[in-house]
Design a protein around this ligand. Structure first.
Ligand code: SF4
Length: 343
């Protein structure tokens, strides 16, 4: 059965189940989703939260938020789906590399599928009318509801009073008059409700999705345009160290601190070279084994630049691969030659 067929199978006259009404809520752990879950529970709805794990979002904070709220949480791996969306989002990107409309459609579609398999009655989200210009304007909310395939069963409790009634409202599962009429970017009403519901820890405004961060989006776009978005490791590495584009096919990653260095060494694979200054404190560098000789010399000079070596000092760089060890002698690159390479 396709999703919209499922939404249409509910008979308006006989649809009040004898058991408590239950709902699955899209949950990020942000203020809006916290309040949406609390509102549903306050209305006597049996509620479970769903969140989507990916390299772009830290679900450990979401888990903590769900735990504090005392709501059961279902976590789905969403990395491959979101990477496929970023390759070619049907509805474009937001201000950075955030394909929010397609991302919401996919998350709500999956939440709807889970609703069916887990036997819940409807789904809800903490979306707020006109809070985000691209993905929460009236047309975008309608589009998302329609494309996810579960529109009639998708309740947006925070703004429901300003939106078309959904099936849970018209069937009397949820009293429409007790739902919110929140619109826009102000968090005042959500903060007031959070206090009413006893939510003590209020998350910061920023949602925590890396796709909305300019620095991360720039690195991701560079990866997409050069090596391509193949595999999770390359995406994971975007969060570590400094990234420098040496040429069309070669990027150098240099650790900024000991933690980065350890992470880079731990993530090195068969097709990587690891660079490290010898006999002097300095960063770990990671480049592909296919690197040209001139670019390897350049990478070694950049690693020396970020070491404790003085300008003009000769530095021996150790190069480690699965084939064994090699060495290059170099001098620290000039900062003015390094800056333009930073991604
Ligand atoms: S902010 Fe990130 S996780 Fe949220 S809808 Fe947009 S792309 Fe998806």
């Amino acid at each position: 059965m396709n999703p919209s067929d499922f939404a249409n199978t509910i008979d308006r006259t006989t649809a009040m189940p004898a058991r408590p009404i239950s709902a699955l809520g899209l949950f990020s752990g942000g203020l809006d989703s916290l309040v949406a879950v609390a509102m549903m529970r306050d209305l006597g709805i049996t509620t479970k939260a769903v969140t989507f794990d990916s390299p772009f979002f830290n679900v450990s904070q979401t888990r903590q938020a769900a735990e504090r709220l005392g709501v059961p949480l279902h976590v789905e791996d969403f990395g491959p789906t979101l990477i496929a969306i970023i390759q070619q989002p049907q509805h474009g990107f937001g201000a950075q590399l955030n394909p929010c409309i397609d991302c919401h459609i996919a998350m709500l579609r999956r939440t709807g599928e889970l609703m069916e398999t887990m036997g819940y009655d409807f789904i809800f989200s903490g979306e707020v009318l006109n809070q985000r210009p691209m993905s929460q304007n009236p047309a975008a909310l309608r589009l998302i509801a329609q494309k996810c395939g579960y529109g009639p069963l998708l309740l947006r409790p925070l703004s429901a009073g300003l939106l078309e009634p959904t099936r849970p409202e018209s069937l009397g599962w949820v009293p429409r008059e007790r739902l919110g009429k929140i619109e826009g970017r102000s968090r005042r009403e959500q903060l007031r409700l959070a206090e009413d519901y006893g939510i003590k820890i209020i998350p910061p405004v920023a949602g925590g999705c890396r796709l909305t961060e300019p620095n991360f989006a720039r690195r991701l776009k560079d990866l997409k345009d050069h090596e391509g978005l193949r595999g999770m490791r390359a995406v994971h590495l975007l969060k570590i160290g400094r990234h420098l584009r040496l040429n069309q096919s070669t990027k150098l990653i240099v650790g900024r601190n000991e933690r980065d260095n350890i992470e880079l060494e731990g993530n090195a694979e068969l097709y990587d070279l690891l660079l490290k200054p010898e006999a002097i404190p300095g960063p770990t560098g990671l480049v592909p084994i296919t690197i040209r000789a001139d670019a390897l010399q350049q990478a070694a000079a950049i690693c020396a630049r970020y070491s404790d070596a003085e300008s003009g000092q000769t530095v021996r760089i150790r190069i480690r691969s699965t084939q064994g060890l090699d060495y290059i002698e170099t001098q620290p690159a000039c900062p003015e030659n390094v800056e333009p390479l930073l991604i």
